[in-house]
Design a protein around this ligand. Structure first.
Ligand code: EPZ
Length: 422
């Protein structure tokens, strides 16, 4: 398995262009199944999760062409030949459960292997299933599969018991071809959900309240294939800003939508970093006097849980007391033990982490336990004294396109090597 070697202590400087958003691209690729014909998607990042999603829709009968250099993906979903997604395709990526909405809408059935547990918590899919039942599907769990059937989905009112990005996206995809109106309450307002809804609207769906807690979908008979460009990845953007900040360098990220990362920019400014923004860019620079901060992860527009780990890496070097309260996932502190091995001073109390800033981190061999925990280790390594060896980097391949290339261009000393038995 490949490893990263990072020689820390170099200030990052320059511009980093941001790729298309993984968490918008995944449901959008799957939503293409709703339109018989050729959909053309642009700004699709070349990531492991994207390649898994392409395999899934091909398994269902779609024909695809992915130009990873140009980041374009053509999907021909004229004919779907299968309505089942097996365990081998689901096990590496929970987002495979997104096929339920489009398959129920177009084929009236969906058999999806139940996604397993995950390093960041139990992550059930009960809200997705309760929502589809409300829309007229019968759901059975059989031999590890979710088996959903319907004579045709029908609009209804569904109040989500908890804000869920995945359930909101899945139910919108199911409701667009349902008969009548569907009202979804307590919806996720993440930009990724908005991007999916805008894609569906371009395809001919009728959706009101996009980006609010209450989304109303007026079912239509059919959708047409379109061309669409996926929004920029706000989590990748945030990660590189945090990387710039920890090295006390000066990093400008481009091709972004600054309002998508407002909560991060406001926190960095509060901590004393210099922040500037323009129409499609943001930059971070060192501040004169840095101070610790308190962060609570929350659904959008609150501070995103996906930036909690890399933000914690930055906080390990910010003087004073920093606190992070993780309210979205119950087990998203697996990076803490690794950061402590690099000299960080962190104490966990339930869902809170108390981080006392230290002068310097020191390089150590460390291991990624999930995608964003991996991002935290990369951010920390960029500032640590010495050479950090990071293992299990397949986790970061799921979410960071051209990572070595982008960081190297900004002055980081990072190499990817074959090797490591773990
Ligand atoms: C999405 O996951 C993202 N994944 C995650 O990004 C992100 O961390 C998360 O939203 C929160 O922002 C994709 O978009 C592919 P949720 P999702 O449903 O949809 C509970 C990354 O690193 N819940 O909003 O699975 C759940 O356990 C990934 O890129 C239920 O209880 O998250 C959690 O506590 C990791 N029942 C909370 O809701 C359900 O049926 C929010 O989860 C669904 C969710």
């Amino acid at each position: 398995m490949d490893i990263y070697r990072i020689k820390g202590g170099k200030k990052l400087n320059g511009e980093i262009p941001i790729s298309g958003a993984k968490n918008a691209a995944l449901p959008i690729i799957i939503a293409s199944l709703l339109a018989p014909g050729k959909t053309k998607l642009k700004n699709i990042p070349d990531l492991q999760d994207i390649r898994t999603t392409i395999k899934i829709i091909e398994y269902l009968g779609a024909k695809t062409e992915f130009d990873s250099e140009k980041n374009t993906l053509t999907i021909d979903a004229a004919k779907l030949t299968n309505a089942e997604v097996p365990y081998d395709l689901v096990k590496t990526m929970r987002a495979s459960v997104y096929v339920m909405g489009p398959l129920l809408g177009r084929c009236k059935e969906a058999d999806v292997s139940l996604p397993g547990g995950c390093a960041i918590g139990a992550r059930p899919v009960d809200i997705h299933l309760a929502g589809f039942e409300k829309l007229g599907a019968s759901i059975n769990l059989d031999h590890g599969y979710i088996k959903a059937r319907t004579a045709g989905l029908k609009g209804n009112i569904f109040v989500m018991p908890k804000v869920s990005v995945g359930a909101t996206a899945n139910l919108i995809m199911g409701a667009v071809l349902a008969k009548g109106d569907t009202i979804l309450e307590n919806c996720a307002m993440e930009p990724d959900v908005v991007d999916l809804a805008e894609f569906l609207i371009k395809m001919g769906a009728k959706i009101d309240g996009v980006g609010t807690e209450r989304i109303v979908i007026h079912g239509v008979k059919s959708l047409k294939p379109v061309e669409y460009s996926v929004m920029p990845d706000r989590i990748e953007a945030g990660t590189y800003l945090l990387a710039g900040a920890i090295t006390r360098g000066n990093i400008k990220i481009t091709n972004i939508v600054p309002r998508h990362i407002e909560s991060l920019l406001a926190k960095l400014e509060e901590m004393g970093f210099g922040i500037k923004t323009g129409k499609n860019w943001a930059s971070v620079s060192d501040g004169k006097k840095l101070t610790g901060a308190l962060i609570e992860t929350l659904p959008h527009p609150g501070f995103p849980t996906d930036l909690q780990a890399p933000m914690m890496a930055l906080m390990t070097t910010v003087p004073g007391i920093n606190v992070i309260i993780e309210t979205i996932f119950e087990n998203r502190f697996t990076h803490v033990a690794e950061l402590v091995r690099m000299g960080a001073n962190i104490t966990i109390e339930g869902r809170s982490a108390i981080i006392q800033g230290v002068q310097t981190l020191s390089a150590a061999p460390v291991m990624m336990s999930d995608l964003r925990a991996g991002a935290a280790l990369i951010v920390a390594a960029l500032a640590a004294k010495g050479e950090t060896e990071i293992r299990r980097i397949y986790h970061s391949d799921r979410g960071y396109e051209k990572l070595v290339q982008k960081l190297t261009a900004a002055g980081a000393v990072i190499t990817r090597e074959k090797g490591g038995n773990l």
